[in-house]
Design a protein around this ligand. Structure first.
Ligand SMILES: [Zn+2]
Length: 149
């Protein structure tokens, strides 16, 4: 099974181990345990697109970090919610390697699963992003954050 690069690195650093409890296998972190992560790009093929069957995918978690509630969001990011369902819109129209206007992200409470990520633009139906497109978005906002005074 393929995983995104960041999930591969996570599995190398924190391989799955038997937990001894009913939870099955877990990642043993420095001071705690964590349920097995499931990559959002965990399937075979070159056009690896986002899968809603995921849990704490390390690439998707970095997207969530960009738009998470409870922080001062950079320009270009809007966050909202409807009871416990959370939504964010991330502007991506200035990112060279990504073709689209915005990323639409949705998740529930603080759960590890990210329900949906869509790329929106004015010409096509919403489509699922690839790992590459999410990494470009993460890098773009990381650079922007570094430019802040
Ligand atoms: Zn992943």
């Amino acid at each position: 099974m393929n995983k995104c690069r960041l999930c591969e690195e996570f599995y190398d650093k924190y391989p799955l181990e038997k937990s001894g409890y009913e939870r099955g296998e877990v990642h043993k972190l420095e001071h705690s345990f964590m349920g097995a992560i499931q990559c959002a790009f965990e399937h075979i093929g070159i056009n690896k697109e986002f899968e809603s069957d995921n849990w704490n995918c390390q690439t998707v978690n970095l997207i969530r970090d960009i738009c998470y509630e409870g922080q001062e969001l950079p320009p270009g990011i809007k966050y909202t919610y409807c009871s416990d369902q959370k939504y964010a819109i991330i502007k991506i129209d200035e990112i060279e390697k990504v073709n689209g206007d915005a990323l639409w992200v949705s998740w529930y409470k603080q759960r590890g699963r990210t329900d949906a990520i869509w790329i929106l633009d004015s010409y096509k139906h919403p489509r699922k992003p690839t790992e590459k497109e999410l990494l470009s978005t993460i890098n773009y906002y990381k650079e922007k954050d570094n430019e802040r005074p």
